[in-house]
Write a protein of this length. Structure first.
Ligand code: NDP
Length: 277
């Protein structure tokens, strides 16, 4: 069984971005990401901190806007509007979730599509679905990089995605389709989930249930990608896949931690440095 090393692959991507950013700097172009955090959610603070660290590593300038919980939707939309208009800002990231009194959809929609480095704007989603160039959502795009860089063929293979969220499952399925996989999307109403999963050459779990996928869902030799992240008691991390059990049958799989997780930030850096083209 081959372990797909997301830590090493994400490092490779960050180093490529670093090189690109340096080459752009030599031409007098600077890449800058605006990072907006509203409120004091500790998990969000950690995510934002990690994004800023990755910016530092890759040479991307980051401009941070840490706003109080009491910030109104109007104030946030005004800030986004200002950042949309600034030529020195290439990407705008609003850390989710937002406080309850702010409409997330309105905020995502306000970000200019050509600065939408998270790939959540309806225009980015539309571009993805019709196959036009645009920002790709970081986690599913990271899964594609993991597969490509691990030499796992996707074309013609049966890929089963468990989960249909807007940020993981749906774009994941579209990206696999773009790689010419035959794609099945499963969700909480799917009948015969196990039987369908067992037909997969590539099984992608984005289900949000700790260790739900055991070896009884997996075909001998299949590739299993675990998008889930859960913190167990004692602070240990696990995914949606029961790693120890599935490793007995899978041909290749991602661990948690050290699989899909580190890819998300690496792909965010790639989006920042790349722009829409
Ligand atoms: P959501 O909760 O938004 O979506 C979960 C999906 O799984 C839904 O489509 C749901 O179906 C489906 N589902 C739930 N239970 C079952 C079941 N018993 N059988 C089949 N399908 C089921 O989660 P996200 O997509 O946001 O995230 C998925 C996982 O990935 C989470 O663990 C999350 O923490 C992790 N994650 C990791 C990231 C990373 O950087 N590695 C980034 C983002 C998320 P239905 O639509 O019918 O409700």
């Amino acid at each position: 069984m081959k372990i797909i090393d997301g830590k090493a692959i994400s490092q490779q991507i960050k180093d490529e971005v670093k090189e690109k950013v340096a080459a752009m700097a030599a031409e007098g172009k600077q890449v800058c990401l605006a990072v907006i955090l509203v409120g004091e959610d500790p998990a969000s603070q950690v995510y934002v901190g990690n994004k800023k660290k990755a910016c530092e590593y890759t040479g991307i300038r980051s401009e941070s806007f840490e706003l109080p919980e009491s910030t109104t939707q109007e104030e946030l939309l005004k800030l986004i509007d200002e950042l949309n208009g600034r030529d020195d800002i290439n990407g705008i990231l609003v850390q989710l979730p937002l406080p309850k009194h702010i409409d997330e959809k309105a905020v995502i929609n306000a970000i200019s599509a050509d600065k939408d480095v998270d790939g959540f704007h309806p225009e980015s989603v539309g571009r993805l679905s019709i196959g036009d160039k645009g920002f790709l959502p970081c986690t599913p795009a990271g899964v594609i990089e993991l597969l490509k860089r691990s030499d796992i063929p996707m074309s013609g293979k049966h890929c089963v995605v468990i989960g249909r969220s807007n940020i993981v499952g749906k774009p994941m399925a579209l990206l696999m389709l773009r790689q010419n996989a035959t794609v099945t999307i499963c969700h909480s109403k799917t009948e015969n989930l196990k039987e369908i999963c067992k037909q997969a050459d590539i099984l992608i779990a984005a289900v949000g249930k700790p260790k739900m996928i055991d070896s009884s869902y997996v075909k001998e030799g299949a590739t299993v990608i675990d998008v889930g992240i859960h913190r167990l008691e004692g602070k240990k991390l696990c995914g949606d896949v029961d790693f120890d059990d599935v490793s007995k049958v899978a041909g290749a799989m991602t661990p948690v931690p050290g699989g899909v997780g580190p890819m998300t930030i690496a792909m965010l850096m790639k989006n920042c440095a790349q722009g829409i083209d």
